[in-house]
Design a protein around this ligand. Structure first.
Ligand SMILES: Cc1ncc(C[n+]2csc(CCOP(=O)(O)OP(=O)(O)O)c2C)c(N)n1
Ligand SMILES: [Mg+2]
Length: 646
């Protein structure tokens, strides 16, 4: 039957979404239909009545941002992106979760209309906080004519259970992020069964205590006007984020699986789908999408085009840019012979960049001075001073990581965040998501070895540098001195994805022959000799140790080339012939790095490293005792040479 009233048309649209939410997972022989079905009316209201966007230009800067933190319900987002005209086709929906499709199991930021990659629960929630921070800062600095939008997030019981959402919610409440609207899908169900198996928080009370506005709208998941009213009300609240608590019923309106936890993961069988479509009164036809339903959604998808055109007239130069022309010229140069910790030379770089990179925003997880992440004069980003670019993340590393990802994916800003390297573990899920989604941000990790000293093994990273190198697409740079630190910042800002800078707490010499530009090549010769007998590879604080060891080896008649290798990623991306020029395969090679040796076999015949936890003592003592000393490096080289000649 062709619908006659608007109301009937909207209901048909929702039924069509629910049909797709069953058909696509069934075809892929996977589940995850239950929440997509339950939230079809919410998605319908967001995409047809509430959000500002133009489907013809998914990248329009001043669009509202939508994040499906409950990423397992991805088919809901894909259905909306198809119906409203973002470019996803019905074929794309039919190839849900298949190799090479634009509709992977969980939303990935490279699908047009998907803002951030979600699926690891809680990440999307915290990304939303980063987006709202970026929006508010850009609005304050560029005016409402340039930046004036909201961030909408859908989060479930899982998202609200994860620690990262607690950190991020606390930060968002503290900052009073009015433009952030989170809908909590309070369906009382998680995979194992009733949420009460493991969850008895009073989430509304918890969020009120964080300083959020909380709107418990109850069982209105099918009431489009009530959903719209709640979202509109939330949008008008400017001084604090809003949590809309929506009691929904997973799997609705399936006669067999409504409120059933199996509706989460188990694919509906053909009978389940037939019976559910019968309840909804739509044909029992896979991927049923009648033309007039598409037309209705396409109209909604294009409704923002006028707003976009007006925005483009107001902003002929386009969106605010994070960097300005010639920013790299501002980077400082350092005096050979000086002695300076790379965290300090990094702070000098950040200070210099503050003026020429207006989008530089961020700070540290309560270690701003320690990690050298003070931006400009350090004016804090607060509700009262939204133009401030210094974010005091507090002791919330995980949320900091996710906020950087969200802010980076928002665009217009270049987010940075600092902590001790050993605490990179506290934010690793966010770092991984930054790499997976190509979020351009800089993780500043200082206190990078047992050289931390007296704080002891809890604070002394050993496995961390290598474990970060293990993350695909994460650019890890460990500069060997201050000069290379400037090069590291240049490379980070010229790279599209995330960078982790690995910096020392302790002073180290500024070397004569290091080069900022050479960092972009990943590895290069710092000390060369006519006919080398051996090669030493050093990174970070061990570079100068290698230089000293090479001098000692020379006195013993062993000619040693020293290679600095600040960045594996870019080095390994170079043609093999170029790599061989730096590290000739025929030369015995020893690497020196104050961390686990696992992995160094790739570049070295022998690795000098630290395959144990550190110890509490002055940093120089710990380094020396654990083998980071000239004698040990010299004997590693001579031992290797004699082993080869035997
Ligand atoms: C960090 C993380 N842990 C575990 C999972 C696996 N997982 C996917 S959904 C889910 C929980 C489902 O509960 P809820 O968030 O309430 O979603 P609903 O079933 O209500 O849609 C879990 C444990 C995940 N995606 N991310
Ligand atoms: Mg749930």
């Amino acid at each position: 039957m062709t619908p006659v009233t608007d109301q009937e048309l909207e209901q048909l649209g929702i039924n069509v979404i629910r049909g797709l939410a069953m058909d696509a997972p069934a075809k892929a022989n996977s589940g995850h239909q239950g929440t997509a079905m339950a939230l079809a009316p919410l998605a319908h209201v967001l995409y047809t009545r509430v959000m500002k966007y133009d489907a013809a230009d998914p990248e329009w800067f001043d669009r509202d941002r939508f994040i499906l933190s409950a990423g397992h319900a991805s088919i809901l987002q894909y259905s909306m992106l198809h119906l409203t005209g973002f470019g996803l086709t019905l074929d794309d929906l039919e190839s849900f979760r298949q190799w090479g499709s634009a509709t992977p199991g969980h939303p990935e930021a490279h699908t047009p209309g998907v803002e951030v990659t979600t699926g690891p629960l809680g990440q999307g929630f915290a990304n939303g906080v980063g987006m709202a921070i970026a929006e508010r800062n850009l609005r304050a600095r560029n005016g409402v004519d340039a930046c004036d939008h909201h961030t909408f997030v859908i989060a479930g019981d899982g998202c609200l259970s994860e620690g990262v959402s607690h950190e991020a919610a606390s930060l968002a409440g503290h900052l009073g992020l009015g433009r952030l609207v989170v809908v909590y899908d309070d369906n009382h169900i998680t995979i194992d069964g009733d949420a009460s198996l493991s969850l008895s928080d009073d989430a509304p009370a918890r969020f009120r205590a964080y300083g959020w506005d909380v709107d418990e709208i109850g069982e209105v998941a099918e009431d489009l006007d009530a959903l719209e009213a709640a979202l509109d009300r939330a949008k008008r609240i400017e001084d604090r984020p809003t949590l809309i608590v929506l009691r929904s019923r997973i799997g609705f309106p399936s006669p067999d699986h409504t409120d059933d936890h199996e509706a989460h993961g188990l694919a509906f069988d053909a009978g389940d789908i037939t019976r559910t479509k019968e309840v909804m009164g739509i044909p029992d036809e896979a991927f049923y999408v009648p033309d007039h339903v598409v037309a209705h959604y396409r109209l909604a998808g294009g409704r923002g085009s006028a707003a976009r055109a007006q925005w483009e007239r107001r902003n002929p130069g386009g969106a605010p840019q994070a960097t300005t022309e010639g920013w790299a010229d501002a980077l400082p140069a350092f005096e050979p012979g000086d002695s300076i910790a790379t965290r300090k030379s990094s702070q000098a770089c950040v200070t210099a960049l503050s003026d020429v990179v207006p989008g530089l925003i961020g700070g540290a997880a309560d270690l701003t001075g320690n990690t050298g992440t003070k931006i400009g004069d350090g004016a804090p980003h607060t509700a009262e001073t939204p133009e401030g670019r210094q974010i005091y993340f507090g002791v919330r590393e995980h949320a900091m990581g996710s906020v950087l990802v969200g802010a980076a994916k928002h665009g217009g800003v270049l987010p940075i965040g600092g902590t001790f390297l050993v605490f990179a573990d506290y934010m690793r899920p966010a770092v991984r998501m930054a790499a997976l989604s190509e979020a351009k941000c800089v993780f500043v990790y200082t206190h990078d070895s047992v050289g931390v000293g007296e704080d002891g093994p809890t604070h002394q990273p050993v496995e961390h540098i290598m474990s970060l190198r293990a993350i695909p697409e994460l650019q890890v740079i460990r500069p060997g001195d201050a000069t290379e630190t400037a090069g590291a910042w240049k490379l980070a800002l010229e790279t599209d994805g995330p960078t982790a800078l690995i910096l020392s707490r302790q002073n180290m010499p500024v070397l004569e022959t290091t080069s900022a530009d050479a960092v972009a090549g990943g590895a290069y010769v710092v000390v060369d000799v006519e006919e080398p007998d051996a090669v030493l590879i050093g990174t970070g604080s061990e570079l100068s140790l290698c230089v000293d060891a090479a001098a000692a080896l020379a006195r013993q008649g062993v000619a040693t080339r020293v290679v600095s290798m600040p960045c594996w990623n870019v080095f390994e991306a170079r043609p093999l012939a170029e790599q061989d020029e730096v590290l000739p395969p025929e030369l015995p090679t020893v690497s020196v790095e104050a961390g686990v040796t696992l992995g160094w076999e790739r570049h070295a015949d022998l690795a000098v490293g630290i395959d144990r936890f550190g110890a509490s003592a002055p940093g120089g003592t710990v380094l020396r005792e654990l083998g980071m000393n000239v004698d040990n490096v010299v004997s590693a080289v001579t031992d290797l040479l004699s082993a080869i000649s035997d």
